[in-house]
Ligand binder design. Structure first.
Ligand SMILES: Cc1cc2nc3c(=O)[nH]c(=O)nc-3n(C[C@H](O)[C@H](O)[C@H](O)COP(=O)(O)OP(=O)(O)OC[C@H]3O[C@@H](n4cnc5c(N)ncnc54)[C@H](O)[C@@H]3O)c2cc1C
Length: 408
């Protein structure tokens, strides 16, 4: 990933962090965690709390990947609605998935509180309907979620949307007070500090393969980069480039987003946005199915901003960056174990909460407690068709089709 893509508002406002040394091949560990995003950091922290001798190795710097670049939107659950999960897997499995996936909200909040992580945590998430038909489906899903699983949210009628957003083009929404938003890189750095305090030996600027480290167990937590380490596992995810910007601080921020909720809309290629602590609009929109970034990221994202907030057509954009979203065929995370190697990746744009959970489940699995890990490890997955060379072009065609449907 080029450094231009790493030029984020989050890097510019990161909490203090002492750079960690590079790995020189020494040491003997119970667990080596490869990858310093939320999944790896959470796994390393949880393993250390279980009394294991742990090292975490990060190819670049802590939070270099999606964990330090994402929209910061804390959206309870997975990419599938509970109705879909119920229909596909039956109530018993769906209930187990619900308990874990929706429980991730409290898990993340309790980590933030326990380790006193300063990451601008705010409450409230709004899913905004891009088409009236989307609003109908959202209401049905929200009612199902409440009736069948007891998770309450608020249906926001089109006429009441102004309580949350004064922007164009939305037809109602669902407000979840337990969702929210945070500064993603500062959450990662906070987890890293907690892991170090718990005894984890951290290395940065250390691209490694499992065989480079002397450890009885290995956790692969490299998300979009898994194909660098394992050809076979690499076929289960593809990286999709997604771009974010931060405007200059907005004098009228409270008018645009009065409840200070994070907002994600219901398009296949969604727009998602929220206010930072210093009242900038952080906006993500538009995807690219090739790795090369647009030459003008700010201009690329601005087109989408103006659709929602025409008044921001000339507002300065101070930061623009991008990152790779690791996506699986069915949009559910891919977790599993092969001997003493454990892995979790492919959170499909819904990883800000579930990765912390995945890390804890990986730590349980390493210590032989498989029950909760297996709830995810038993989800069915298929590799992208087309093998090593054609998987990305074929998947791209499929994604372009769905992106086109947004416009119809
Ligand atoms: C632009 C963008 C916006 C997003 N917005 C949201 C959002 O608003 N809400 C949400 O829920 N999710 C969002 N996501 C998804 C979410 O950020 C990810 O699901 C999550 O951060 C993945 O965490 P991870 O720890 O598994 O992977 P990552 O954070 O990507 O970490 C993997 C790490 O592994 C390191 N690595 C790779 N190979 C090696 C190696 N061989 N040796 C050592 N280290 C290695 C990388 O450098 C990287 O730091 C977004 C993602 C992107 C890119």
């Amino acid at each position: 990933m080029t450094d231009a893509l790493n030029n984020s508002y989050y890097r510019a406002t990161a909490n203090a962090w002492e750079a960690q040394p590079a790995f020189i091949g020494e040491g003997d560990y119970d667990v080596a965690v490869i990858g310093g995003g939320y999944t790896g950091l959470s796994a390393a922290l949880a393993c250390a709390e279980k009394g294991l001798k742990v090292t975490l190795l990060e190819a670049k710097t802590i939070g270099y990947g999606a964990s330090g670049r994402n929209g910061g939107q804390l959206i309870p659950g997975l990419r599938w609605s509970m109705r879909e999960l119920d229909e596909e897997f039956g109530r018993e499995r769906a209930q187990a998935i619900f308990d874990l996936a929706y429980g991730a909200v409290d898990l993340v909040k309790s980590r933030i509180a326990r380790h006193d992580i300063q990451c601008d945590l705010k409450s409230g998430h709004l899913e905004a309907a891009y088409k009236p038909a989307h609003f109908d489906a959202m209401q049905r899903d929200a009612e199902y979620l409440e009736k069948q699983f007891g998770w309450e949210s608020e249906i926001v009628q089109p006429k009441d949307m102004g309580q949350h957003i004064n922007g164009d083009g939305y037809h109602g929404g669902i407000y979840d007070s337990r969702g929210g938003h945070f500064h993603p890189l500062n959450y990662a750095l906070g987890l890293a500090t907690a892991a170090r305090t718990a005894g984890v030996t951290l290395f940065e600027n250390s691209f490694v393969r499992p065989e480079d480290v002397n450890a009885r167990n290995v956790i692969l937590a490299t998300d979009s980069w898994i194909h660098d380490l394992d050809d076979r596992l690499g076929r289960y995810t593809i990286p999709i480039m997604n771009y974010n910007i931060a405007t200059a601080p907005l004098p009228d921020a409270a008018e645009l987003l009065p409840s200070d909720a994070a907002v994600a809309d219901s398009r296949f290629v969604l727009n998602y946005f929220r206010l930072s602590a210093d009242k900038r609009l952080i906006f993500g929109g538009g995807e690219k199915y090739v790795q090369t970034p647009p030459s003008d990221i700010a201009g690329f994202v601005r087109k989408h901003i103006v659709e929602v907030f025409p008044s921001l057509a000339n507002t300065p954009i101070d930061y623009a960056w991008g990152g790779a979203v690791g996506v699986t065929m069915n949009r559910l995370p891919h977790m599993g174990r092969e001997g003493n190697v454990f892995f979790a990746h492919g959170f499909s744009g819904h990883g800000a909460l579930v990765t912390t959970l995945a890390g804890e489940l990986l730590a349980e699995a390493v210590t032989g407690t498989m029950e909760r890990f297996d709830v995810f490890a038993n989800l069915p997955h298929r590799p992208f068709p087309g093998g090593k060379w054609l998987a990305r072009p074929i998947a791209t065609l499929g994604l372009l089709y769905y992106a086109l449907r947004d416009r119809l």
